[in-house]
Design a protein around this ligand. Structure first.
Ligand code: GDP
Ligand code: GDP
Length: 438
């Protein structure tokens, strides 16, 4: 239910600059396999209270032949996935014929389009904007993506129509999606639907109908051994008559939305193929979103001993950036290991929502500091005084002290390990916030 915003425009108008400002991410999810263009980049946008998914597109030059085709194939795909489109133009270069072509396409798209004039820092805005009224796309929004000028105001306008809808969806989820919300994600053909069917087909599982509340019946509420769960199904199981029927087109937007909506994400990986960037990007996204994470290496049946060893090494080598996530080797087809997955899901969920008192957290902090002092900065030792909990899913620990801005990354990792070990936090990242009184 998180709104999706697409950035469209010529190259060099500032789309990636704006994308980076929205996502502040080191790592955007890049579509990089057959059937999806390399030119679309997905990210998790945040501005104040607003949350959205942002898609950056490669850009359309006016020079290439067959612009219609290019536009249709690349940017229009992003436009189709989007709830709103930001059409960026360059306030320093004035109107360009390519802008007019893009405008023509967008006018036919039936999506809300916002004409955004970028790079208006240090120039006369009225003159910069004047050129673009002729595009006939209504109001103009003046920004400087590189400096953040006008960006927040723009997002407030663009997302205003979605606020109620997002709120309503959130409430519907709270009411209808009972128990742990489990997102099942992964590339096409890794075995997501086989796993979903297996999880729902277990003994003593009762599947409920979710009365038309959420999009595409992607939520599947059920009970297992009397406990409520909701599966968030990105594979489209409900719409397939047979597992083998390939109805669903893989959608990164759907994957990102599932991650956002889930408490715990199962990332399914195909052991018959090497880990690819796309797997790592999805996992990275779950990490950034702070979700509980379980890795399911699927199709473990019928592999040779050598293959298994090779895969285990690969997993160890490449998934080092999510050391907290448990890895399960399963066969969705035969059901092997699926029961164990539930144990890890439960454990992870407990960690996601555990509650700790300020006393307890402060004690752990004091012990950690006594064992290993923070370094000196400019002749003064960094002081860490007390800690309290700031939130859940992911668990958030707020540490108060002095000069915490100067705390080195290595010390933060030391603290994270301490808290993780003492509090027995598994399956979820921990979010730390350091607050300094000087
Ligand atoms: P893209 O090709 O549309 O993704 O454009 P980029 O984000 O790569 O930006 C192209 C160039 O414009 C870069 O050199 C940016 O530094 C510059 N740029 C982007 N935003 C601004 C801005 O707000 N003001 C100014 N002066 N330059 C900008
Ligand atoms: P999805 O696209 O991720 O939903 O993948 P599917 O569940 O449709 O599975 C793709 C193919 O992999 C199908 O032919 C499945 O039968 C097969 N498959 C799924 N899980 C397993 C497994 O554990 N072992 C084996 N050998 N094949 C599997």
């Amino acid at each position: 239910m998180i709104p999706v915003i697409a950035l469209v425009g010529r190259p060099n108008v500032g789309k990636s600059t704006l994308f980076n400002r929205f996502t502040k991410s080191r790592d955007a999810l890049v579509a990089d396999y057959p059937g999806l263009t390399r030119d679309r980049k997905y990210g998790d946008g945040k501005m104040g209270e607003h949350q959205f998914i942002v898609i950056d597109t490669g850009g359309i030059t006016g020079d290439e032949q067959g612009i219609d085709e290019k536009m249709a194939r690349q940017s229009l795909l992003a436009v189709e996935e989007a709830d709103a489109v930001l059409f960026l133009v360059d306030g320093r270069h004035g109107l360009n014929p390519a802008d007019e072509m893009i405008a023509n396409h967008l006018r036919r798209s039936n999506k809300p389009v916002y004409l955004v004039v970028n790079k208006t820092d240090g120039i006369n805005e009225d003159i910069a904007l004047a050129d673009f009224y002729s595009l006939g796309l209504g109001d103009l929004y003046s920004i400087a993506a590189a400096h953040g000028k006008g960006v927040r105001q723009l997002i407030d306008v663009v997302l205003a129509p979605f606020i109620e809808q997002v709120e309503a969806a959130r409430e519907a989820i709270q009411i209808d999606a009972k128990g742990i919300r489990i997102g099942v994600i992964g590339r096409p053909n890794v075995g997501k639907s086989t796993l979903v069917n297996r999880m729902l087909g277990e003994d003593r599982v009762v599947v409920f109908d979710m009365p038309g509340t959420t999009r595409d019946s992607i939520y599947i509420p059920y009970e297992r051994h009397g406990k409520p769960y909701t599966l968030i199904d990105t594979a489209g199981v409900r719409r397939r008559k047979h597992v083998k029927e390939v109805v669903e087109k893989f959608s990164i937007v759907k994957t990102l939305q599932a991650i956002q909506d889930a408490n715990v994400v199962i990332c399914v990986i195909d052991s018959h193929e090497d880990l690819v960037e796309q797997d790592l990007h999805m996992i990275g996204y779950a990490l950034d979103a702070g979700r509980g994470l379980v890795i399911a290496i699927n199709k473990w049946d019928g592999l040779s001993k050598e293959d298994r060893e090779h895969i285990k090494k690969e997993v160890e080598r490449r998934l080092g950036f999510v050391p907290y996530a448990k890895v399960h080797y399963i066969s969705a087809l035969h059901g092997t290991g699926v029961g164990d997955l539930y144990d890890t899901i439960e454990e992870t969920y407990e960690s996601c929502y555990a509650k700790w008192t300020t006393n307890r957290l402060t004690r752990i902090l004091e012990d950690a500091v006594a064992e290993h002092q923070p370094p000196m900065v400019k002749g003064r030792r960094i002081k860490l005084r007390y800690a309290h909990q700031g939130g859940s899913n992911p668990p958030r620990i707020v540490v108060h002290g002095n000069q915490t801005d100067a705390l080195p990354g290595s010390y933060k990792r030391y603290l994270e390990n301490k808290f993780r070990t003492v509090l027995n936090i598994t399956g979820t990242p921990i979010s730390f916030e350091f607050k300094s009184s000087d």
